[in-house]
Structures are given as C-alpha cells and as structure tokens.
Ligand binder design. Structure first.
Ligand SMILES: Nc1nc2c(ncn2[C@@H]2O[C@@H]3COP(=O)(O)O[C@H]4[C@@H](O)[C@H](n5cnc6c(=O)[nH]c(N)nc65)O[C@@H]4COP(=O)(O)O[C@H]3[C@H]2O)c(=O)[nH]1
Length: 760
C-alpha cells in the first residue's frame, strides 16, 4: 500500500451553532463508527479503518468567514480536504455563492451542501457550480454514519486525487522530458547530416584530388574520387573506380617516393611523397600525395584517404630557381657555385681512381675594350657566342663554367697526364681563334689560359682554382693568347705582386717616384731632338723597382691614373724648364697607359698640364700602346684628334710586338711609330728582323709617319737604321735613361754647337 498524503481537515460553514456542536460530536471517533469502518474493511479489504481517523474540524458561521479560513489554510500550506456548507446562512452569502467563492480560492476543495431544502433547483445549482465531482448534497436531518462516511470518503478522495494529480504531473514531466530528449536527438541527427553534407560538398569542391581506397578488399581498389581527380588526371570516376591507383604511375614505378607510399599503406600509417604520374593523355605531372588510414570503431584500418595535388608548376618554378642559382644568367653555363660542386666531385673521384683533374682558367684578352668600344650588348653577344663555341668544343664530360665578367673555367675530370690538359688548353685557344661576328662587327677574342692540375697543384677546389688563376695571369703577362701551367714560383710571384701593390699605394702617397729621361737622336741631323720620360720608383727598402714590375700592377689597381698624371706634369715642367734655359726645342715623350687613356679625360688633362707648365704642345709627344688602338672606335679617334689639335704628337710604342697591323694604323692620326727593341736587337744579324724593320720603315713613311728605333745598342744596328732611313733612334748606345740634371752637360754641348758658326 502506497503512502497517501493525508489531510483530515474539515471546515463546517453553518450559521447554526448547534449544527457545529452536532458535527463535533459526530466526527469524533465513536465505537460505532469504528465498527462500521471495520465492516467496510472487511468488505473492501482496505485497512483504512485500522488507521486512527482523527478529523480536524474547524467552524465558520458565515460564508465570508469560511472563505477566510480556506485562504488562511492555503497560506499555511494545510488546505482543507472538504467543507460542509449550509445552504442558507442569513444574513451572509448563501451556500451556492459561498461555494463559488471557496472554489475560486481553492479549486480542490470538496464541498458537501447541507440542506433541508433549497431555494435553487438542483440542476441550476449544479450547472452554476459546474463541479459535480467536487460536490455532494447532504440532506437534513443528517444521518450519523452518512456524515461520517462522507467525511471519510471525501478525505480519502482528496488524498487520492492529490496522488493521482502528482502521478499525472510526474507522467507529464516524464513525457515532456522524453519529448525534449527526442527532439534533441532529432536535432543532433539533423546537425550530423548537415555536417556530413557540408563535408561531402567540401570534398566535391576541393581543388585537390581526393581518392578513397578500400583497404579490406584485395588490391585495395579505388572506391571514390572527387571531381578534382578527373580535372588533374583526366580520368573520369567510372574509369578508375574498382582499380588500384598504380595505373597513374605509367611505367615509372621505380621512384623512391612511391616506395614510401607503399610502405605507409603496408604499415597502415600516414604517408607523403612527390613523384611523377601520368595523366590519361600520357602527359606527365608531379603529384604530391598525402595518404591517411581510416579506422573503424575497433581501430582496424578499413580505408585509405589520399589527397593528390598537381605540383608541376611549383616544381618547375623551383627547378628554374635552382637552375638560376647554379647557372650564369647570360650564357646558361654553370656558375661558380655549380663549378665548385663539380670540381669537388671530380677531385673525390680522381682521388679514388688515382686520376688527375685539370682546371683551365680562361680570361679574354682586351674584353673591356669590346664592352667600352661597342657597348654592352655586343660584349654580351661575344660572351654568349664564345660560350657556345667552348661548349661545342669541349667533351660532354667536361664542365664549361662562367665565373662572371670575361672569366671562364673549363673543368677536365678524370684525365691521366698533364699533356691531356695542355691539349685541352690548346683546343680552347684554337676554338676561340677565328673571329666572332657579333652585330656586324668582326671581333677577336684571344684568350689567356692558366692550367692547374690535381693532385700536383692542390688537393682542394679552392687551391686548384686559385692556382689556375695565377697561371692565367702569367699567361697574360707572357704575351696573351697562350696557356701556362701553374708552378709554385707563380704563387710566390703572385704574393710578391700583392706586396708590391700595397707598397705602390704608399709610393703614390709619399711620392717615391722619379723621372729619368732617355735621349732620342735624330738620325738625319745627328742631334738629340728630344727625350723619353721613363718613370723610376725608388722604394725605401727595395731600392729601384723597374717599371716592368710595377706598371702592370699600377694598371690593375688603377693607380696608373694618378701616377700617369704625375709623370705628365713632371715631364712637361722639365721640358719647359729646359726650353727656357737652353732654347733647344727639345720634345719630351710620355708613356700613356691604356687604363689612363680610358678612365681619364685625357685631352682635358693634357690641356691643363700644358697650360700649367707653359710648354708648347709641339714639344710634347704621347706614346700609346698597340692594345689601346686595337679596338679602334670613333671615341678613341676623337680623343686622339683633340689631343693632336693642341699640337701634341702621337707615337705608337713597341710596334711589332702586338697585332702590328699596318692597315689599322691608317685610321689613326699617328705621327710616328717606335719599332720595338726586339727587332732592333736582331738587326745586322737576323735577316727576318732586318726585313721586318725595312718593311715597317717603308710602310710608315708611305703613311706619312716618322719611325723611331728603340733599344739601339750597337753601331751596326745604328748603321743599319741610318742606311734604311729610319728617322730617329734611342738606345744605350746613344744614351741611357738618366736624371734630368745629368742631361745638362749634353744640352750645354748641343747649345755650344749651335752657337758656334760652322767652320768653312
Ligand atoms: N735592353 C735595352 N733597354 C733599353 C735600351 N734603351 C732603352 N731601354 C729601355 O726600354 C724601355 C723603353 O720604354 P718603353 O718601351 O716605353 O717601355 C716602358 C714603358 O712601357 C713603361 N714605362 C716606363 N715609364 C712609364 C711611364 O711613365 N708611364 C707608363 N705608362 N709606362 C711607363 O715601362 C717600360 C719599361 O721601362 P724601362 O724599364 O724604363 O725601360 C725603357 C728603357 O730603359 C737599350 O738599348 N737596351
């Protein structure tokens, strides 16, 4: 038996105090009543009778009072289970009105109308109150048992209905709860479906190809591919579903990245690789593939998801960048970086195989002239053409690299003898000998080549390159357009050169230079008509340093410009001093180096120096080298002309040692040619030298130029030159270069001779 909520509170509303008395007695538990209840228990099997029923009876004598008691009881949380309400209670509300009010306050209150008669028809009453199950009618006079039974039943009913209500509320709450849960579930399912749809859509719309394979079936067939798969590979889904993805490999199944993917599948883990695949049309593309296993609830792999990305463009770009980083932009040849790699490899290989490695360092002779004279596009064209020729000439296994500017290196891996390297060097020289035609210009690209060998000249790429460079420098020094093997002495010389270069800076700052002057004899008159100024460096520790040792360094370092200015100023000042003192019209010849000619505004300098010294332009002669004129241009001719317009003479020095082409002499406004002392040395002994000297004199005269012979040391040489109408001569025979003061005696004698009238 469940525990019912008990409520024994009963309110009696009646205007008759006697009735209240009667009810009080009635509802007190009498033995009769207990008997009666026992009978009921026997009949209904309920043990309610066993309970000690003690009603709590309250009294009210008017409807209003009854209402306030009901309200009070509600406030206390102890409502009445029922009320006996008298029908007629003058002067207050009658029973019906009272009941209406009571129910407004407490709709659960059960009411028993006590009446002997009624002013209302019962139908009206019931319709008006509309609460038949809460309302009973008790006719007076009351029967004790009836009242008691009514009270007991209604009290019980109140409890039962309260319980029923609470059960109903519980049920409703449970239903509400379940409904909420169900709607949550529905909502969650909807959201899951939406999320799946979004994911599906994302896969469908993905730029990357997505492929799902069945891991549980034999040969792991493709189960799904998204539209991007067809875009990238060209294969529509129907042609790939059910197949293993390896058909994308074509015949390139040996790529290392593929092995990594296969391992990842085998080991059921994530994997990544970039490899070449084939599209349906057979074209190759670079596929960057990521794969990841999909596991079921138990953790077993059921599928693999693969994301494919066509990275061909990015890879091409990267390869282009890598190519750029390792190649020369102009010629496409490997650059220094790549050369170093190849050289390192060649050395390692040669060391294992007991072979040699040859390094040829090439430097174009006079490339700067090409650039300066014809402009950079022509210079670039020459470099490109030369690169092509070199590449075509050398073996495929050789590396032809450009280090920048006009410097190239040819790497000869795996040679056996030193003569293999010299043969290669000669091949380079031969290949570059024929002229190049660039933009309508015929250009010669003579080259100086330095050769170093592994292992004898060094066992590292740095050493081999450095020594090949040193050897090249020597080759250039020894007359250009040739090759030279490296030797240990060269390194020593290179070191000396460096020391000298540093000392030369100090020499310029501290003016350690002097000028010596070598007389030039006019062979017609037998008089000294001028001198050549020759620089001397008196180094505080090294003593006299010959010009042949420091002029090339001064050229390389650019110091020649300052030195040349000093020479010009000093020589002109000296010539003017002599002129003022001796009035002999002696000219002074000054050597002008190519760099000086190129980098300096020479006409302006000459003008300034003449003005400053006061020397007449006609007494100055500039000696130019052949290489300076070799790449004749309008600019060079223009410079020469403007110098000549000051009355200054122009001489071509060391004629016969360089290209010695008389044809180009015609184009320059030259006044005289100086025959190199190498030819003069052979006069009166070597027939060929005599023939050449004769030819030079003849052709120079034909072109309106005078000829000066250098290095005359013997009377025979002098006699030969005189006999062949050479105009002037210099040489130890006639006078060594000497300090200015030492020449005063000569000028004095010459002055005297002029002042003494000839004897008749
Ligand atoms: N064996 C022999 N040699 C003779 C004889 N007569 C003269 N010499 C030498 O021949 C060289 C002539 O000068 P160079 O050909 O212009 O050759 C010059 C010239 O190219 C250059 N040089 C000298 N001074 C200057 C200068 O002030 N400026 C520039 N740019 N170069 C200079 O240095 C080169 C060498 O000058 P130096 O040593 O003074 O050598 C001088 C001179 O001393 C002889 O009979 N026999």
């Amino acid at each position: 038996m469940m525990n019912l909520p008990t409520n024994r509170r009963i309110l009696l509303i009646d205007d008759m105090p006697s009735i209240h008395e009667d009810f009080r007695k009635l509802l007190a538990v009498s033995s009769d009543a207990m008997d009666l209840l026992d009978d009921e228990a026997l009949l209904f099997g309920d043990s309610a009778a066993a309970e000690q029923i003690e009603f709590e009876l309250d009294s009210a004598y008017q409807g209003q009072e009854g209402l306030s008691r009901v309200q009070q009881a509600l406030q206390q949380g102890r409502p009445y289970a029922m009320a006996f309400v008298d029908m007629r209670m003058p002067p207050g509300w009658d029973g019906v009105e009272t009941i209406e009010r009571l129910w407004q306050a407490d709709p659960r209150l059960q009411v028993v109308i006590c009446t002997a008669y009624t002013d209302h028809a019962w139908e009206d009453v019931l319709r008006r109150l509309d609460a038949r199950d809460r309302l009973l009618v008790l006719k007076k006079p009351f029967d004790t048992i009836e009242v008691l039974q009514l009270a007991r039943t209604l009290v019980m009913k109140w409890s039962l209905s309260l319980q029923a209500q609470s059960q109903m509320d519980g049920l409703e709450a449970a239903v509400r709860q379940r409904t909420r849960e169900l709607s949550d579930e529905v909502q969650a399912r909807r959201q899951a479906e939406l999320a799946l749809r979004v994911r599906d859509r994302a896969i469908e719309a993905a730029v990357n190809a997505i492929m799902i394979t069945d891991h549980l079936r034999a040969d792991q067939p493709i189960e799904y591919v998204n539209p991007a798969f067809e875009r990238i590979t060209g294969y529509p889904p129907q042609e790939v579903l059910g197949r293993n993805a390896r058909f994308l490999q074509g015949d390139e199944s040996e790529q290392p990245a593929l092995r990594e993917i296969a391992a990842a599948v085998r080991e059921e883990r994530e994997g990544h690789g970039v490899f070449r695949n084939r599209r349906k049309d057979g074209s190759a593309f670079w596929n960057e593939l990521h794969i990841a296993p999909v596991r079921d609830a138990e953790g077993a792999v059921t599928h693999f998801v693969g994301v494919l990305n066509d990275v061909t463009a990015a890879r091409d770009h990267q390869q282009a960048l890598e190519f750029q980083a390792r190649h020369d932009a102009l010629t496409g040849l490997p650059n220094r970086l790549m050369l170093r790699d190849r050289l390192d490899q060649a050395i390692a290989h040669a060391r294992r195989m007991q072979e040699r490695v040859g390094v040829l360092w090439l430097d174009l002779d006079h490339f700067k002239f090409v650039n300066d004279s014809y402009g950079h596009p022509v210079g670039d064209g020459l470099l490109v053409a030369l690169s092509t020729r070199l590449r075509e000439t050398m073996r495929r296994s050789d590396t032809v690299a450009r280090l920048g500017g006009d410097e190239f290196v040819v790497l000869l891996p795996g040679i056996h003898r030193a003569c293999d390297a010299s043969a290669a060097a000669q091949k380079v020289l031969d290949a570059l000998a024929p002229p190049f035609e660039i933009d309508g210009h015929l250009l010669h690209a003579s080259t100086s080549v330095g050769v170093s060998l592994f292992p004898e000249d060094g066992d590292s790429s740095e050493a081999l390159l450095m020594h090949a460079d040193t050897a090249m420098y020597r080759a250039k020094h020894d007359g250009r357009n040739g090759f030279q093997f490296y030797s240990r002495e060269m390194s020593e010389q290179a070191r000396e050169r460096e020391t000298l270069a540093r000392a030369l800076h100090t020499a310029v700052d501290e003016n350690q230079f002097e000028l010596h002057y070598q007389p030039k004899l006019d062979l017609g008159s037998g008089r000294v008509t001028g001198v050549e100024a020759l620089i001397r460096w008196r180094h505080p520790a090294l003593g006299m340093v010959p010009p042949s040792s420091f002029i090339p360094i001064a050229e390389e370092t650019g110091l020649i410009v300052d030195i040349g200015d000093w020479v010009l100023r000093t020589a002109c000042a000296q010539a003017q001093a002599w002129q003022q003192r001796w009035q002999l019209g002696l000219s002074v010849a000054v050597n002008v180096s190519p760099r000086q000619f190129r980098q300096h505004d020479l006409p302006a300098t000459v003008r300034r120096v003449l003005d400053d010294s006061g020397l007449a332009g006609g007494l100055l002669e500039l000696e130019l080298t052949e290489s300076l004129l070799m790449h004749q241009t309008d600019a060079v001719i223009e410079t020469l002309r403007s110098i000549k317009s000051m009355g200054v003479s122009l001489a071509l020095d060391d004629f016969g040692t360089g290209f010695s082409s008389l044809s180009y002499l015609r184009r320059f406004p030259l006044d005289l040619i100086k025959i190199d002392r190498a030819f003069v040395a052979g006069l009166a002994s070597i027939e060929a030298d005599e023939a050449i000297t004769r030819a030079i004199i003849g052709m120079a005269h034909a072109l309106g130029m005078a000829v000066v012979a250098e290095g005359v040391e013997t009377p025979e040489q002098l006699a030969f030159l005189q006999a062949h109408r050479c105009d002037a001569a210099q040489g130890y025979l006639l006078g060594r270069p000497m300090a200015a003061a030492a020449l005063d005696a000569l000028w004095q004698a010459q002055r005297n001779r002029l002042d003494t009238p000839p004897a008749h």
